[in-house]
Design a protein around this ligand. Structure first.
Ligand code: ATR
Length: 274
């Protein structure tokens, strides 16, 4: 019998995940189906229980259900615990297992696809919401020399720092939180935009001087040129959007479910060409 998977969110109509997982399944010869499911805002748990009843093997979870998925689970992987959210659920003999492949996805995209090892680099993380939380620990695990979290409401950046300090030994990384006003005079090798400001085409209050020579400016958003990307490009940075991350987090989820790691390069090329 064909194994069934899905991505659940609200909204969900524009999700590229079915196309990505179908490409992985074709490439690796896996017998599986993957569809989009729209859950009502108060209907996430009921949807999950129904899918389990129908024999689904797992789901990806997207906005706004990543935290609810984490709470609902019977067991959680270490990386889901670090993120405090789940983007991947596995339905097995343990019940609902929550995992999070977002951080692995961005790290693979930066280090493997964009060929920029994060070790020893000065990294600036813009934003302290769910997207930033999801990638903090995997980035720290790459041992940057410096990781600064900047957020409009600085208390959230400081809370993220405090939580990370309590759960991880930061032997090699200087981790700190600040507000946008503190950025003038500072320079970074990698700047990651994890804010949602791009959704409304809003520019961030960042000085042009934060982009060091050869800096990678990475926007976790995909499918649009954000003001952040434009500013970084104008100031000589190498610019990437979040499409590579999207495909790498999907590949990691595929690996978790199927035990086979798909090749992402042809799928990144296919989706980029659309
Ligand atoms: P997500 O799940 O996408 O991370 P979120 O948890 O609501 O969404 O977080 C959104 C992030 O974008 C926050 O860090 C938010 O800053 P605040 O915590 O100060 O609200 C940030 N953000 C959104 N719009 C912004 C803007 N116009 N300028 C600066 N930061 C912005």
């Amino acid at each position: 019998m064909t194994d069934q998977y899905a991505v659940i969110g609200n909204p969900i109509a524009h999700s590229k995940s079915p196309m990505i997982h179908e490409a992985f399944a074709r490439q690796t010869g896996q017998d599986m189906r993957y569809e989009r499911i729209l859950a009502s805002l108060d209907g996430f748990e009921a949807t999950i229980r129904e899918l389990i009843k129908q024999g689904y093997k797992g789901v990806n979870v997207t906005v706004p259900f990543k935290f609810e998925a984490f709470v609902l689970a019977d067991a959680r992987t270490a990386r889901a615990m670090d993120a405090g959210a789940a983007n991947t659920l596995i339905f097995n003999e343990q019940g609902i297992v929550a995992d999070n492949t977002d951080g692995a996805g961005i790290v693979r995209d930066i280090e493997k696809n964009l060929q920029l090892p994060l070790a020893g680099k000065r990294v600036l993380l813009l934003g302290a919401g769910g997207a930033a939380e999801g990638v903090l620990h995997p980035i720290l695990a790459c041992k940057p020399s410096l990781l600064t979290i900047v957020n409009r409401s600085m208390d959230k950046a400081l809370a993220m720092v405090k939580k990370a300090e309590a759960t991880k030994a930061l032997s090699v990384t200087t981790l700190s939180g600040c507000e946008f006003n503190d950025l003038p005079g500072q320079e970074f090798d990698v700047v990651i935009n994890a804010t949602s400001a791009g959704l409304t085409d809003t520019a961030l209050p960042i000085p042009n001087t934060i982009f060091a020579k050869g800096c990678l400016a990475y926007d976790m958003m995909y499918g649009r040129e954000t003001p952040f990307m434009q500013q970084a490009r104008t100031n000589g940075a190498i610019v990437a959007d979040g499409l590579g991350m999207l495909i790498e987090q999907a590949a990691e989820a595929f690996y978790v479910w199927r035990g086979v790691r798909p090749e992402t390069k042809p799928v990144i090329e296919m989706v980029s060409a659309l």
